[in-house]
Design a protein around this ligand. Structure first.
Ligand code: ADP
Length: 424
């Protein structure tokens, strides 16, 4: 069988991968997110796009390169014909990497000379003008990213930032070309390529710019950037006959079974969602101090859920106020408090699956990672968006379940009930 996979993407973190998948599905591409490089023997899923989610944003550059090349090899084996390296729309990286080294390695492996580098996502306030990245109306270096604990961004010029991460030439497709449209962008890219440039930062301040960029790079092997730049690609590929129309790219297999919510995020949005859901549904709170006493708490919680699930969804949460979190961290240490909660959420997910839960909503990025690995899921097929950036998904590999994985601060106050009402 000829593979249907057109796009093979590599994302440098899990929630960034989901964001890209969600964007592709909304533009009519059937998309699967692999959790890490799939193991040997994993059947290539039937999808227009496969996004391999790595955890490579802040690891040493050599490791990020190694993992990215392994992902590329797998995607090539899956039959991909175009490649995308997805990083954060705020270009999160340090002078030691990893965007430059990974992009260089991917260019070499693909035998390509030039790739664009465009983190712009105007819909979410990320725009690039004359090579400078803006977050809303502030330069990147004046935004909260200035003080990010792992990747502080203090230089708004992406040409300079990327030039410090690669020995190769970095150039710019400036605003005037992007505004002039596809032909001007393509001509500038050709001129940069002829001048020995390997990475082209591309300005973009609107969706129209992203569409023009998509058309201009539709034949290039590799693009790098944020999810925004993927907005323009499906239409460009359709015009080239590489991708069909698909009105049901977000279709997921229906799954019947009980529903539950696990919340391990302490973000403000999650705290409000927990309060709203607990007012109308059975809910049980776990604290790191209780969990430190041993596995009995998790077992008792599963016993409690067993009796309630046939009548409706239940919520188990560790979400707590900043004061409670600070107290738990002071008593147990930050890492141990977090690990106790993550391990408990992982065991609860497996235990709930054993009780017949097949639709599970999870709040928290790290929490989601722990749950996905506890369920043995190797990949997720991406479905319809519930709230911006958060789609329903179906597991591939492991137990068959529908999962809604929500990064802490995402979603409206009624997200949990809404997600369960819309579950496949
Ligand atoms: P978010 O997406 O909001 O950042 P994460 O799940 O990524 O959520 O991170 C939340 C972290 O806080 C996890 O490591 C979780 O185990 C930890 N945590 C959850 N509840 C508590 C608590 N009550 N006290 C201390 N740490 C907690």
């Amino acid at each position: 069988m000829i593979s249907s996979c057109l796009l093979g993407a590599i994302a440098d973190d899990l929630t960034g991968a989901t964001d890209l998948c969600n964007t592709l599905v909304r533009d009519g591409m059937r998309t699967v997110q692999a959790v890490g490089v799939p193991p040997a023997g994993f059947a290539v899923p039937d999808a227009d796009a496969i996004v391999v989610a790595l955890k490579s944003r802040t690891i040493p550059a050599a490791d990020a390169v190694g993992q990215s090349l392994a992902a590329l090899e797998w995607l090539r084996g899956a039959g991909a014909r175009r490649y995308f390296f997805k990083y954060c729309s705020t270009f999160d990286s340090t002078d030691q990497g990893n965007i430059g080294p990974v992009a260089d390695a991917l260019l070499d492996a693909l035998g390509a000379k030039l790739a664009i580098a465009c983190p712009a996502f105007p819909e979410t306030g990320r725009s690039v003008f004359q090579g400078h990245l803006f977050v809303g109306d502030a330069l990147l270096s004046d935004s909260p990213m200035r003080d990010h604990p792992l990747t502080p961004m203090r230089d708004p010029s992406l040409v300079r930032v990327l030039a410090r991460q690669t020995p190769r030439k970095v150039g710019l497709v400036p605003f005037a070309d992007v505004e002039a449209g596809e032909a001007a962008i393509a001509a500038r890219l050709e001129a940069l390529r002829a001048g020995g440039v390997s990475h082209a930062i591309v300005d973009a301040c609107s969706d129209a710019h992203l569409r023009a960029i998509g058309e201009a790079i539709g034949d290039m092997d590799l693009a790098t950037g944020g999810s925004g730049v993927a907005r323009g690609l499906p239409a460009a590929w359709r015009r080239r006959g590489l991708l069909g129309e698909n009105a049901s790219a977000d279709a997921l297999p229906p799954i019947t079974g009980h529903a539950a919510v696990l919340a391990g995020s302490c973000s403000a949005a999650t705290l409000a969602q927990v309060e709203a859901f607990a007012a109308r549904h059975p809910a049980r709170k776990l604290s790191p101090a209780d969990l430190a006493d041993g596995p009995a708490v998790v077992e008792a919680t599963l016993e409690w859920a067993r009796g309630l699930l046939p009548s409706g969804p239940v919520l188990v949460y560790a979400s707590a106020s900043p004061q409670e979190v600070a107290a738990a961290q002071a008593a147990l240490g930050r890492a141990r408090a977090a690990a106790l909660v993550e391990e408990a959420m992982a065991r609860l997910a497996a235990g709930l699956a054993g009780l017949g839960v097949r639709r599970l909503v999870v709040a928290g990025g790290e929490t989601s990672g722990a749950v996905v690995s506890a369920l043995g899921a190797k990949a997720l097929r991406i479905g319809r968006q519930i709230d911006p950036g958060v789609p329903w998904t179906s597991t591939l590999g492991g137990i068959s379940m529908s999962l809604a994985l929500k990064s802490g601060n995402f979603g409206s106050r009624d997200f949990f009930a809404k997600a369960i009402a819309e579950a496949p």
